[in-house]
Design a protein. Sequence first.
Length: 762
Amino acid sequence: MLRISIFTPQKSATLLFSTAILLSCLLACTQTTGKDSRSSKPLSKQQQNMLQILADVSRKVNTPQNMFSAEAKLAQVESDLASTQDQTVQLNTLLNKSVYLLEYGDEQQSVAILEQLRNMIGNNIEGQRVLLQQLGTAYLRLAERNNCLMGHNEDACIMPIRGKGVHADKTAAKQAAASFEVLLTIEPDNYDALWLLNITYMTLGGYPQKVPKKWLIPNLDAPGYPVKPFFDMATDLNVMVNNRAGGSIVDDFDNDGYLDLVTSAWDLSDPMHYFKNNGDGTFTDRSAESGLKAYTGGLNIQQTDYNNDGYLDIWVLRGAWQGQSGPAGDQPNSLFRNNGDGTFTDVTIEAGLLSFHPTQTATWNDFNHDGWIDVFVGNETSDANAQHFCEFYINNKNGTFTNVAADWGLNIALFVKGVASGDYDNDGWPDLFLSTMSGQKVLLRNKGLVGDKVDFENVSEKAGFNKETYHSFPTFFFDYDNDGWLDLFVCNYEFEKALSFYAAKEALHPSKDKAGKAFIYHNNRNGTFTNVSERLGLHGVVFSMGSNFGDINNDGWLDMYLATGNPSYRSLVPNKLFVNLEGKKFADATNSSRTGNLQKGHGVSFADLDNDGDQDIHVDLGGAFRGDAYPNSLYINPGQNNNNWIYLQLEGTKSNRAAIGTKITVKFHENGKERMVYRELNSGGSFGSSPLRREIGIGQATVIDEITINWPASGITQVLKNVQPNQLIKIKEGQEGFAPAPLNKMTFKRADGSIPMCAPTM
């Protein structure tokens, strides 16, 4: 029996969530009626029950004791101010009020209070240290509000900030710079202020030439690895959602051959969004008509086909991080059945999936090889006295699930932040990996069936994962070096300060400190893994939350996009794009690609949304605070080269219909050399979902010698020979050959009708 219990995360992992730099959201009530208020479609009794549950949870957590409820905290400080005459208490309460106002999104009033306090404390040095840090941050957020949010454009907050990203209204940014400069005269080694001062000068169009030399962090605008710049076209294509932290799915939900887009946001006042790809270069917002808009919350979302009907369903995960506020994290997940007519129905209760735990991570796979996909849910235990055991739901093949975790001995109570499944030992059975803020990395080997139960063995120590303990967040299996064995990505998520501190420290004094760094563990093919991050060039801080992988240049080597951040407003650090150089190095292409958004990044999807033969990147942006919402980005790939590709749409018959867990080998010759590319079918990272359609680059190969498909449940192997590239083909389990499918290329235009033209690389 496996029993893995929590040990309390160290102070470094929790400090930010228990001090003045807190998560905060406005928990608004969800009104429930007999039908979706934005459509005429009647709701079933169970749908009404789910909406009522969400409304009840929303009301329950809207209290000052909940560190996420800025509205309730503001009401409390108003009461505190009215009930005390003690000047010291009043000063501290006013400072708290300014923090909560910033969290709530009222930057003007926050700044006004901070300026008032600054006048009151005069030349008190310690008081100025605190106030100037907060004042500069508030002014910088006000500058973002007046420029990056109002009149949002494709260059907004993209590092290095240039072009239309330079602020038109420079008033607040100048005040921010002045505040940070005064602070640095008092405290010259304040890394937060150093980083933010340099970013502020970028917003003013003055980096690096106008930054005072003694405070200049050089080379923040260095081009890095050359990549043709992407274009953020979310606004032009009307798929921009201005929301808080949330999830991303790109996939074909109506089976018309075009990839649609679904997003969520973590707060129970934030609705889901569904954008239908019209196949003509435009999208239509069908959030209300689909029935999804009535439902709120969800830090992460995933696609699945739980009932094998050929239409992709949606799994929504709620409550993450909020378990540290007691019952605030006790939120239900949701399973939405795709009805095949453009609508979705919440079937959580009838499917037997209703539970109340804080989570944002799960993985779908056919763990028992019965042809139906199951789901493992990683829950968050942050308090040993209030354990939230992970759940393992086996598909009953009739639309319902049974949680067998306890019965099968999977008694896991950890602060789980990322879960991935994949067959790391190539024995045909999907294994499990858990990334945790508890410090452990847990590898569970699937040894197959013993009777009707899956036998999992905890092989974490054998694999070598007990040698390094650190708090970690996103994770995924992927074969980065194309040797046919799945490797592992994990990102460290340990911090005591805002990420501006670590960014400046790393830029000025690179170190081997693990905090915030990305790690890749190479599969040694003998059940063990080796940390090869340094060898691969991954030695800088990242602090990834969302993460996924794809192939932006169709060379057959998997690249990574890492969405970064933490809740602090001072954590203005860029999301990161790393290009895989033939499995030997990962090169930082963030600046040249124009994908390094400074705002908080969450769910990430790699997908060819315009069917032009190269992968684009969608990322859900926005922080945890109500006032830290930010528009999502859709980075359109202009085409990096003339490399070739092949897209595969797989359909299981004996195996699960979505073909999750299927292994693909593509063999071809490039420049006279034989190459193999390996893929295992899933949606990618633990935070963000790419399409189940496999999009595989083959470099300069002009013909594919062989495509081998290994189906998971049946054990059937299908081999296709001499396949022409640059097409989408459909492959059905057990059916000889393949069927070419239409792949209509689209042209995405700007709102003014123009077509983006690729600028020279930096």
